[in-house]
Design a protein around this ligand. Structure first.
Ligand SMILES: [Fe+2]
Ligand SMILES: [Fe+2]
Length: 193
């Protein structure tokens, strides 16, 4: 089954982790298309950029907490997980450089375009190399990991934290603290806007 089949077949019901990750990827691709066609000074552009930052921050953290540790159980998975973490790091640093900045600013837009390029490259590798290795875990296990990943999303940080640990158990502990702060910040900002 291809990644597209996974995404197209999703219904929101219980799903294996590869289906969930592919669905997240398609959603972010859609958000980038929406951002690039919006008027840079519009509320839609600002809100879409905020969602891109939120979705990617949550997605990266839950992969680091749930997906990549499971990947390391498979032969050849360690090297793939290490490589993925390096790509996440560059992504998080670039996201942090734009978080909270006005998207009408050309330098912010240039960095968001850089984020899109990094995401496209990373997603391509993830859906090809990581997915093919993860399938060795079997469908039942992939379903259980999918449930864990969806649960982790509910309490994941919503902003990039490039200086936080990115492997267990440090990332789980730091992630819980960061998530509380992020979600309070988000709530305060939504009251103001
Ligand atoms: Fe990733
Ligand atoms: Fe991903």
């Amino acid at each position: 089954m291809t990644a597209d089949n996974y995404a197209a077949g999703s219904t929101g019901a219980a799903a294996d982790v590869l289906e969930i990750v592919a669905r997240d990827h398609r959603e972010v691709e859609q958000l980038f298309r929406q951002f690039e066609t919006a008027d840079p000074s519009s509320d839609i552009a600002r809100a879409t950029a905020e969602r891109i930052i939120r979705e990617l921050s949550v997605h990266a953290v839950v992969e680091e907490e749930i997906l990549y540790p499971a990947l390391r159980e498979v032969g050849g998975g360690d090297a793939l997980a290490d490589h993925a973490l390096e790509e996440h790091q560059e992504l998080k640093e670039t996201l942090a450089s734009v978080d909270g900045k006005p998207v009408s600013d050309p330098s912010v837009r240039a960095n968001l375009a850089r984020v899109r390029t990094l995401v496209e490259r990373h997603v391509g590798e993830e859906e090809r190399d990581v997915f093919s290795h993860m399938r060795a875990l079997g469908e039942e296990r992939l379903m259980r990991i999918g449930t864990m990943l969806e649960t982790a999303k509910k309490t994941a940080p919503t902003h990039p934290h490039p200086n936080a640990p990115n492997t267990p158990p440090g990332n789980v502990i730091a992630g819980m603290a960061a998530a509380v702060v992020d979600r309070m910040r988000d709530a305060l900002r939504s009251v103001r806007t």
